[in-house]
Every structure is written in C-alpha cells, then in structure tokens.
Design a binder for this molecule. Structure first.
Ligand SMILES: [Zn+2]
Ligand SMILES: [Zn+2]
Ligand SMILES: [Zn+2]
Length: 152
C-alpha cells in the first residue's frame, strides 16, 4: 500500500471535530447547532458556535453525518444510520425518532424531470415528518383517560 501523506490540518482542529462527532454519536435524534453547542459547553468545551456550524456543515457535506431542514426551517444534524449514501428520513415531530428510508420512486421521478428540462448533476433533499406509532399510542391513551374522566 502507498503511504498516505499526513493531513495538513493541525491536531487541534481534528480534536475539535472529534468532540463534535462524539456528541453527535450520543444523539438518537436530530439537533440544531445551538443545542449541540449547549451540550459541548456543559462538557466544558470551548468550541464556539460559529465553529460548530462550520464543522457540522463540513461533516454533512462529507456524508459523515445527516443534515436536514426542520419544518420550522432550522438546520438539524444527527449521526447517520445504517443506510449508506443518499437516502431520506422519516422523522417524528414529537419525539424526534428517525427512520432511514429509501424513496426509489422519488429518485426515478426527479431524474426523469431533470432529464426533461436538460438538467445535469442534480440533487434533492426530502424529509418526511409525522407522528410515530409510540407517540400515537401515548396520545390516544391520554385522550381515552380524559374522556373516561368526563364520563364519571
Ligand atoms: Zn440518515
Ligand atoms: Zn414519536
Ligand atoms: Zn432521494
């Protein structure tokens, strides 16, 4: 194997990145840069918010983490699940539970539309938001108990 030359980045930078990745790895749900900044500050880290934003964007561009836009327009990040490469997410609006999903129909439709208009090198992002099964059962059980209380 050919020897790989040392990366140019100084050591301090990579340790910042690993601190951010460490927090991301602990997360099960999508979080914004500000929330990640708060977690890091609580762990006595001195990484500034602007650096965190930049690092998160780089990591998502490299495909190391997932980035989505929430229904309120906020950029959110999370460690990527099991699906490699391009994929989509089904996200619970209440608890943040996330499923990694393939949307093959979307891939072929967008490719066809782009071809029709003569576009090349296309990309898209599409996330599906809803309320997961366990949040639904919590909701219905609380509604049931309310209506039971009314009957009494
Ligand atoms: Zn993912
Ligand atoms: Zn949920
Ligand atoms: Zn897609």
């Amino acid at each position: 194997m050919k020897r790989v030359s040392q990366p140019k980045a100084p050591r301090r930078k990579s340790s910042r990145e690993s601190q951010i990745i460490e927090v991301i790895n602990q997360l099960d749900q999508f979080l914004g840069a500000q929330q990640i900044h708060k977690i890091l500050s609580n762990e006595k880290s001195s990484i500034g918010l602007a650096t965190i934003y930049r690092r998160l964007e780089l990591l998502s561009a490299e495909g190391k983490i997932d980035a989505i836009i929430s229904p309120t327009g906020e950029r959110l990040y999370r460690r990527c699940g099991q699906i490699e490469g391009h994929h989509h997410h089904l996200i619970c609006r209440l608890c943040g539970a996330t499923e990694e999903i393939d949307l093959e129909a979307v891939e072929s439709i967008t490719a066809r539309i782009a071809r029709r208009y003569g576009y090349q090198d296309i990309s898209h992002s599409l996330e599906v938001f809803g309320i997961c099964a366990s949040c639904q059962s919590i909701q219905t059980s609380s509604i049931k108990s309310v209506s039971k209380a009314k009957l009494r």
